[in-house]
Design a protein around this ligand. Structure first.
Ligand code: ATP
Ligand code: PRP
Ligand code: NIO
Length: 482
């Protein structure tokens, strides 16, 4: 499937675009922000991901002749064409020309912070909404899940095994990419390996063992065929007998100058079996053979197995990683923050809601992160036009009673970095291993209480005080004027 086209959008973006064009607003400058309102997995942080694919998609943003031919066939409710030729001609000559700023992939992020800010002609900034959300919502969800799984594994390698259960071929490749960003060591998905350069790893399945008369024969044949990739799956019949068979073949391999890499456990009590398997392997002279565990694992099970002192060295995690498990999607949104009026002045915009969490933040936003003694201490969303005060007070995004001052000695960094200027890419994109290293480093700056799985401490992230006050004033005005 070719998703590198502006048609990867909801129809309503195109009907609005036709409307903006018709009423002369297409080229009016606007600013949109992409953000989420709630952390996934009831967790304490999220890991931004997807920007690399967003950049690639935006660089290919042009309506091809076949796209326009298709749009010309769409009927309105009266059967006549939905889009007039003048609008389609406008789309045909349209060139991507927005400014985009974004928080680099692998950075830890929090609710309401713009992960991406788009400034440019209203029609263009609007048309890209759906694709940006599609890419960033999914990859941020999976990178966050992967970070949680990898933290639970306490630095031991996590192999991503999700392809067979992922949300379609495209979702699988994106999930492998995001899982690698979040800290996974490798993927079983060979296509993701080819496309993104992610290391690929694999063992073998039960079918291999079942296709032979005996398990011993199966292991012997595998060792013969793959002497340099011998991880034996030992649970097809009886797990501990399986370990004994692996040891026997491991000894034969050693005589031929090769070393058994390890075994894989895929069912039963992984804590007890791993301890028993370790004992057998050590006693037989294979202390370096690793034990891979798989079978519906996630961060909670891995944490539990660690508490049970399971002797697992490598974790194979599939379904619950690449699908998001208990959380089907990240609810990221894309909202208008400001629009430039006929006098060239930026007018902040706000969306009201009965629910405080859904009232959008107005203005052209930037995120300032404060750090003290190597620890992230708080994030302030501020209006770039108004600037950020020296002494900053961060208002809780929804609870008016809660605010926090940042110590003056804290250092700071603005998180949104220039990616496109006037449609031209200005950011050098980091490699995937660099993004993974950035993510690993970011997580070291979060207090451990924010990283725990159960009821994590909430990190201070919200709107800077003066922006909050302007927002309250706008809410009051909007309620009386609309
Ligand atoms: N010691 C343990 N503590 C907690 N959960 C465990 C432990 N060992 C295994 N599990 C998990 O329990 C779940 C059930 O495992 P079990 O092997 O009993 O069932 P299964 O998946 O039906 O087995 P099979 O793969 O043979 O069909 C899996 O998610 C597995 O990861
Ligand atoms: O459990 P996941 O985290 O998704 O990891 C991938 C699973 O895929 C394979 O088996 P498959 O599920 O195809 O069959 P099985 O359950 O019978 O082993 C593998 O043996 C893992 O168990
Ligand atoms: O290589 C493996 O062991 C593997 C690959 C995909 C799914 N489950 C296991």
């Amino acid at each position: 499937m070719n998703s590198n086209t502006p048609l990867l959008t909801d129809l309503y973006q195109l009907t609005m675009a036709a409307g903006y064009w018709k009423c002369g607003k297409a080229e009016q400058e606007a600013v949109f922000h992409l953000f989420f309102r709630r952390l996934p997995f009831a967790g304490g942080y999220a890991v931004a991901a997807g920007l690399g694919d967003v950049v690639a998609w935006l660089q290919g943003f042009r309506f091809e002749a076949s796209d326009l031919e298709y749009l010309a066939t769409l009927p309105g409710r009266d059967g006549k064409p939905l889009f007039c030729q003048g609008f389609l001609d406008y789309l045909a000559q349209m060139k991507w020309q927005c400014d985009v700023d974004a928080i680099p992939e692998g950075t830890v992020v929090f609710p309401h912070e713009p992960l991406i800010r788009v400034k440019g002609p209203l029609i263009q900034a609007q048309l890209i909404e759906t694709a940006l959300l599609n890419i960033v919502n999914f990859q941020t969800l999976i990178a966050t899940k992967a970070a949680r799984v990898c933290l639970a594994a306490q630095g031991e390698p996590v192999l991503e095994f999700g392809l067979r259960r992922a949300q379609g071929p495209d979702g699988a490749v994106m999930a492998s990419r995001a899982a690698f960003i979040g800290g996974c060591a490798s993927t079983s998905n060979v296509l993701a390996g080819k496309i993104h350069g992610i290391p690929v790893r694999g063992t073998h399945a039960h079918s291999w063992v079942m296709s032979f008369e005996t398990e011993l024969e199966a292991f012997a044949a595998y060792a013969e065929a793959m002497p340099n990739n011998c991880v034996f799956l030992v649970d097809t019949y009886d797990t501990l007998d399986g370990v004994r068979h692996a040891v026997e073949i491991g000894q034969r391999l050693r005589e031929q100058g090769h070393e058994m890499a390890g075994i894989r456990l895929d069912s039963g009590d992984l804590a007890w079996l791993s301890v028993e398997a370790r004992r057998l392997l050590d006693a037989a002279g294979f202390p370096d053979a690793f034990i891979v565990a798989s079978n519906d694992l996630d961060e909670h099970l891995i944490e539990s197995l660690k508490h049970q002192e399971a002797k697992v060295n490598v974790w194979g995690v599939g379904t619950r990683l690449v699908t998001g498990g208990e959380q089907a999607a990240l609810g990221g949104v894309y909202k208008l923050g400001a629009i430039r009026n006929a006098q060239g002045v930026w007018e902040p915009k706000i969306k009201l809601s009965e629910q405080a969490i859904k009232v959008s933040n107005p203005g052209i936003q930037q995120v300032r992160r404060y750090m003290l003694n190597g620890e992230f201490r708080g994030d302030a969303i501020y209006d770039e036009e108004a600037g950020c005060p020296e002494v900053v007070e961060i208002q809780h995004p929804v609870d008016p009673q809660r605010s926090k001052s940042i110590p003056e000695e804290a250092s700071h960094e603005d998180l949104l970095k220039p990616v496109f200027r006037n449609g031209k890419r200005v950011m050098d994109l980091p490699t995937l291993p660099q993004i993974q290293a950035h993510c690993r480093e970011q997580l070291t700056h979060l207090h451990p209480t924010i990283k725990r799985l159960l009821n994590p401490h909430s990190y201070t992230a919200g709107v800077e005080r003066s922006l909050h006050e302007r927002k309250l004033a706008m809410i009051a005005t909007a309620k009386t004027h609309h």
